[in-house]
Design a protein around this ligand. Structure first.
Ligand code: SAM
Length: 308
């Protein structure tokens, strides 16, 4: 029984110096009076049911792999760690680099949703680039919107690859830009400064100037994700993006544009329609394809396996 005692794999003093960690750590302190559900909503932008919907979908893809020991990388509120325990994992390390989250938020969320089973969630202060567990010891790894904070995707993937058992699974849900995105477009995104209202809403000091880059964001293209995934040695099982639901009217206009031979670049709505309605995937698994369940529109779901 750990009673949600938090474990430290890194020294709090070393990480708290980093701007992105410090602003988040300070912001957490101002959120602690909120209810557990409000904290989850604020940090993860969803509720328990939505998180469960996503894990149900993952279960559909990975079958009986949701058992044994898992790790959630960049766990934030830790809501997914709690849902993953309910779905079958025996225990899970909820790894976060922000001390306020491992000390206060992750244990609170686990107690609220898991009650007597909350000690199966082990909050860990650390970085996903250095996992202090034996090699080949984890059955399952999961990340939601955290790896785009990695400064070097190859280092991150190689570390997780080492710690997973052969046949172990890494599930990631993150944002993935198309390869056509230019460096200038990426720069513009990263240089964007947060608005005052965003800062206030998220508990930051309203007077600071904070760009997305300073907040630890990175913008990776599909080819960059895949290069690092393969460099680490993973096999790709699924690589798909949730698109908004395509309706018949859109399909009609899509076909009309084809008949008229209009050259404008667009997604293949017929592929998306078939995938969403009939689970027929006409793209290979590398291609951003739509899913039947468009519950997390815009996000990409990737399921990787460590070979035997
Ligand atoms: C956009 S948030 C997503 C949070 C979380 N997955 C959730 O569902 O609430 C990204 C999280 O990754 C964490 N993070 C960033 N870099 C990290 C690192 N090197 N190691 C562990 N966590 C990290 C951040 O502190 C932040 O909580």
């Amino acid at each position: 029984m750990n009673n949600n005692l938090d474990v430290n794999w890194i020294n709090q003093k070393d990480v708290i110096e980093k701007t992105d960690v410090k602003v988040r750590h300070d912001a957490i302190a101002k959120s602690l009076d909120l209810s557990t559900e409000q904290i989850v909503e604020k940090l993860t932008y969803l509720d328990y049911d939505k998180a469960k919907q996503l894990i149900d979908l993952i279960q559909y893809y990975v079958g009986d792999k949701l058992n044994g020991t898992g790790i959630e990388l960049g766990a934030g509120s830790g809501i997914f760690s709690s849902v993953l325990i309910s779905a079958g994992l025996e225990r899970i390390y909820a790894l976060e680099i922000v001390p306020g989250l491992t000390k206060h938020v992750i244990p609170k969320v686990a107690k609220y949703y898991l009650k007597n089973n909350s000690d199966k969630v082990i909050p860990v202060l650390g970085t996903f680039d250095k996992i202090s567990l034996p090699d080949n010891s984890l059955d399952f790894a999961f990340e939601y919107d955290a790896f785009h904070h990695s400064k070097n995707l190859t280092i991150t993937y190689k570390e997780i690859f080492k710690k997973l058992k052969p046949k172990g699974i890494l599930v990631m849900i993150d944002r993935c830009h198309p390869d056509s995105m230019t460096d200038e477009e990426l720069e513009t995104l990263l240089n964007k400064q947060y608005s005052k209202s965003f800062l206030i809403e998220h508990g930051y000091d309203a007077n600071i100037k904070l760009t997305r880059r300073e907040n630890g964001e990175n913008e990776y293209r599909k080819c960059e994700w895949l290069d690092s995934i393969y460099a680490a040695g993973f096999n790709v099982k699924i690589f798909r993006t949730f698109y908004p639901k395509v309706n018949l009217k859109q399909l009609y206009w899509y076909f009309l544009s084809k008949v008229k031979n209009e050259k404008q670049q667009q997604r293949s709505l017929i592929k998306i329609f078939l995938a969403q309605n009939f689970r027929i995937y006409l793209s290979d698994y590398y291609t951003l394809a739509s899913m039947k369940e468009s519950i997390f529109i815009g996000k990409t779901i990737v399921i990787l396996e460590k070979p035997e």
